[in-house]
Design a protein around this ligand. Structure first.
Ligand SMILES: [Cu+2]
Length: 155
């Protein structure tokens, strides 16, 4: 092996871990989030998503309502932020586990919503483990809704 080939190989080997981590990042599903700049619980929800295998691109917008409307989220299911993943709308503090299930099952639906801001949902944690009961709703363009998962009250 001459010196030039040796250097090329050494560089290729050194670059390998970088290429692998870049490939891993690229395979993480991407969630685009629209939130207002001052929303602290939105930020905490994003942290929860990133800790659970998602990539997030967040956009600060003055008002999330137009994005909600564009993504087909009914007004009464509204919360503090709106996201989209692979064509599905995500409204409010939807847990990462239900988003993973959504991608695995790919139901014929518009998206998932956790209306309001239930205490104890991801990004809405308080001291201790207190949680209000809440539902993750699977909603469709025809107005139908079903409980995708029910989280019981705790604490
Ligand atoms: Cu919130």
């Amino acid at each position: 092996m001459n010196r030039r080939h040796f250097l090329q190989r050494a560089l290729a080997v050194a670059a390998l871990p970088l290429a692998v981590s870049a490939a891993k990042a690229a395979t993480k599903p991407l969630i685009t989030v629209y939130k207002t700049p001052t929303c602290g619980c939105c930020h905490d929800w994003i942290t929860h998503l990133e800790a659970n295998g998602f990539r997030v691109v967040a956009h600060d917008v003055p008002n999330t309502a137009p994005y909600r409307a564009k993504l087909g989220v009914p007004r009464e299911l509204g919360s503090c932020h709106t996201g989209v993943i692979e064509g599905y709308a995500l409204e409010g503090h939807v847990p990462a586990s239900e988003i993973q299930r959504l991608l695995a099952e790919r139901p014929a639906a518009r998206g998932l919503a956790v209306p309001g801001m239930p205490v104890g949902s991801p990004g809405m944690e308080v001291e201790g483990s207190r949680r209000d009961a809440y539902d993750v709703l699977l909603f469709s363009d025809d107005g139908s809704r079903k409980v995708y998962r029910h989280y019981p009250a705790r604490g």
